[in-house]
Design a protein around this ligand. Structure first.
Ligand code: FMN
Length: 171
C-alpha cells in the first residue's frame, strides 16, 4: 500500500476481534507516533497502551459507554503536558491539542498500514480517564483510540469535494 491507499483505507472501526497484536507490529505503530512533529519539537507527550481487561472495562464508562473501545486488544490514550508544550501556537493558543492530534494521526495511519483498526475517540470524560490511568496534572488527555484487529470493514462516510474546501491564493 502506498501512502494514498493507506489514507483512503483508514476508516473508523467500531467492531474488533479479540486477537492480540504482535509485539513487533505494535512497536512499529507506536514508533510512527513517536516520529510525529510537535511545536518546537518539545515532545511533551505520553502514549498509554492499556491492555488490562479491568482497566479497559473501566474506560468504557469514561468513554461515555462506547463498549467497542474495550473489544480491541488495546486502548491507546494520548496525553500531553499543557504547560511544557510550545505556548505561542498561532499566537493565540498552546500546541497541546495539535501536538497530540498529529501524534495520534501518525499512529492511526501506521495502524491502517499494518492491517489494524482504530477509531478516534473524542467523547470521553477527561477526569475519569486521568483517574483510571493515573495520568498526573498538568497532562491533558487529547484523544484515545481502540487499537486491534478489525472485525468489520468500516463505512465510507463520504467527504466534501475538493472544490468545496479548497481555494487558491485567497479565500
Ligand atoms: C475529534 C474527533 C472525535 C471523535 N470522537 C469519536 C467518538 O468518541 N466515538 C466514535 O465512535 N467516533 C468518534 N470519531 C470518529 C468520527 O465520527 C469519524 O472519523 C467520522 O465520522 C468519519 O468517519 P471515518 O473515520 O470512518 O472516515 C471522532 C473523530 C474525531 C476527529
Amino acid at each position: 500500500m502506498d501512502i494514498y491507499e493507506v489514507i483512503k483505507k483508514r476508516r473508523s472501526i467500531r467492531k474488533y476481534e479479540p486477537r492480540k497484536i504482535e509485539d513487533d507490529k505494535l512497536e512499529r505503530v507506536l514508533n510512527a507516533a513517536r516520529l510525529a512533529p510537535s511545536g518546537k519539537n518539545v515532545q511533551a507527550w505520553r502514549l498509554i497502551v492499556t491492555r488490562d481487561p479491568e482497566l479497559k472495562e473501566k474506560l468504557i464508562k469514561a468513554c461515555k459507554g462506547q463498549k467497542f473501545v474495550a473489544e480491541a486488544d488495546c486502548i491507546v490514550t494520548v496525553a500531553v503536558d499543557e504547560t511544557s508544550v510550545y505556548q505561542g501556537h498561532g499566537n493565540y493558543m498552546t500546541s497541546f491539542a495539535v501536538d497530540g492530534a498529529i501524534m495520534l494521526d501518525h499512529l492511526i495511519l501506521a495502524a491502517t498500514y499494518e492491517g489494524l483498526g482504530t477509531c478516534w475517540i473524542g467523547a470521553f470524560i477527561e477526569e475519569q480517564v486521568k483517574e483510571i490511568l493515573n495520568i498526573p496534572d498538568p497532562y491533558r488527555v487529547v484523544a484515545m483510540t481502540p487499537l486491534g484487529y478489525p472485525a468489520q470493514e468500516g463505512k465510507d462516510r463520504g467527504r466534501k469535494p475538493l472544490e468545496e474546501i479548497v481555494s487558491y491564493e485567497k479565500w
